[in-house]
Design a binder for this molecule. Structure first.
Ligand SMILES: [Fe+2]
Length: 416
């Protein structure tokens, strides 16, 4: 529920943020009170799996605050145009006035999409950055309360929506200040039930957001501060939260870290890793975070010498370098530090369970298309070292040989 903001024309920056962040154990019990500030009929949006775990608690708090509810629980892990259209139909027929999402990025992005359709005419596809450009949603959207259950995509703090086109199985991006949630509810207790695999996927996604925001050509002082804080928190707490899901202190730190990572990239940008992760994820049918994990160390290695100061600081935030080393020497250590973290949370071991890796020949056939999709997304242009399409093809091949093939070094060593 934002407004029709002007485009900054005098070198000013707009710091994007949800209007309210409710943070800490027990925050979920306050969902009803916050939603009642905005409306009296809530459309609750979730995946069935998450609704089965947390739905009763959220519905109860809404009812206690006098809010009537309609519920949409058909959200897919990568939400589709159909998800948004179906949920919007329920919004309309149930005459709702506030959106409450329960879940991670998939539910939040569906909720944001419903908001777009509620106050703007046209199909959701028309608001993609490839068609409408950035800030392509003209009208303010209905109030949105995002109850986060992962740590995470940071979508509760961003102006982005990622949608899968049912017809082409490709993802498109919508970016507008008009879709930033009004309330982000960050209750770490809700992440305790997150399976270890999804703790790994969402944690590495958050780390990737922070690193990409920090090195992006669009970064600036405020996004850098968010990114530094996020990297430090995630480095310290991610392995702890992964190893012991009940460690509420680590879960809390990860919840704050992923929020700050979301604030970092929505005020800067993502870059080459995300540009490559979307087509790789679609090709291998793997979760977004796992795609990031497979790519991140290679892109850090590829980019480090183009921005040695930034990558040196990343290495220092990882505590693998200190101030006595030159920036170039420190920057060279960033890639190994990232790879070690991925190894510590056992990421490559999830490939067989969550994905389908084609043989090398079949993979090589789709590499040019994946590289073109990456370029077309616009994200690689934000990278400190701007890759050619051929550079991206080479990276995809290197990733296959090092991390995807059954006998690749990462798959044979990345086990605990
Ligand atoms: Fe991401």
């Amino acid at each position: 529920m934002q407004h029709d903001y002007p485009t900054p024309t005098h070198g000013t920056r707009v710091v994007v943020s949800p209007a309210n962040v409710v943070l800490g154990s027990g925050a979920a019990t306050e969902v009803g009170e916050y939603a009642s500030l905005y409306g009296s009929r809530a459309l609750v949006i979730a995946t069935q799996q998450i609704f089965d775990i947390h739905g009763d608690q959220i519905i109860e708090t809404l009812h206690e605050s006098g809010i009537e509810t309609a519920v949409y629980t058909d959200v897919r892990p990568d939400p589709t145009v159909s998800n948004i259209e179906e949920a919007h139909e329920l919004w309309r027929t149930e005459d709702c006035d506030v959106i409450v999402t329960l879940g991670g990025g998939s539910s939040i992005d569906t909720g944001k999409g419903v908001g777009v359709l509620a106050t703007n005419s046209g199909s959701i596809r028309e608001f993609g950055v490839d068609r409408a450009g950035y800030e392509g949603v003209p009208n303010p959207t209905p109030p949105l309360v995002a109850v986060n259950t992962t740590a995470g995509t940071g979508s509760e703090a961003t102006r982005s929506i990622v949608v899968t086109d049912d017809e082409t199985s490709t993802k498109f991006l919508i970016v507008s200040q008009n879709v930033v949630p009004d309330v982000a509810v960050e209750d770490p207790e809700l992440t305790v039930s997150l399976p270890q695999s999804h703790t790994a996927f969402t944690g590495i996604d958050a780390l990737t957001h922070a690193i990409e925001a920090f090195v992006s050509v669009k970064s600036y002082s405020v996004s850098d501060d968010y990114a530094r804080a996020a990297i430090r928190r995630i480095v310290d707490s991610f392995p702890k939260a992964w190893a012991n899901g009940d460690d509420i202190e680590a879960r809390t730190e990860m919840m704050i870290g992923q929020l700050q990572a979301g604030q970092a990239f929505t005020n800067s940008s993502v870059a080459l890793v995300h540009g490559m992760a979307r087509p790789l994820g679609a090709q291998l049918h793997i979760p977004h975070g796992l795609a990031n994990a497979l790519i991140l160390p290679y892109v850090v290695d590829f980019s480090a010498m183009a921005a040695p100061e930034e990558y040196a600081e990343i290495a220092r935030l990882f505590d693998v370098a200190d101030d006595t080393e030159s920036d170039r020497a420190a920057a060279k250590k960033a890639s190994d530090a990232v790879l070690e973290l991925c190894t510590n949370v056992n990421l490559a071991s999830y490939l067989d369970e969550f994905g389908e890796v084609p043989d090398r020949e079949a993979y090589l056939e789709v590499v040019p298309k994946m590289a073109q999709d990456a370029v077309d997304s616009g994200s690689p242009a934000n990278n400190p070292r701007k890759p050619t399409k051929e550079d991206i093809e080479d990276l995809f091949v290197q990733i296959y040989d090092d991390a995807l093939a059954a006998d690749s070094p990462r798959r044979t060593t990345e086990t605990r």
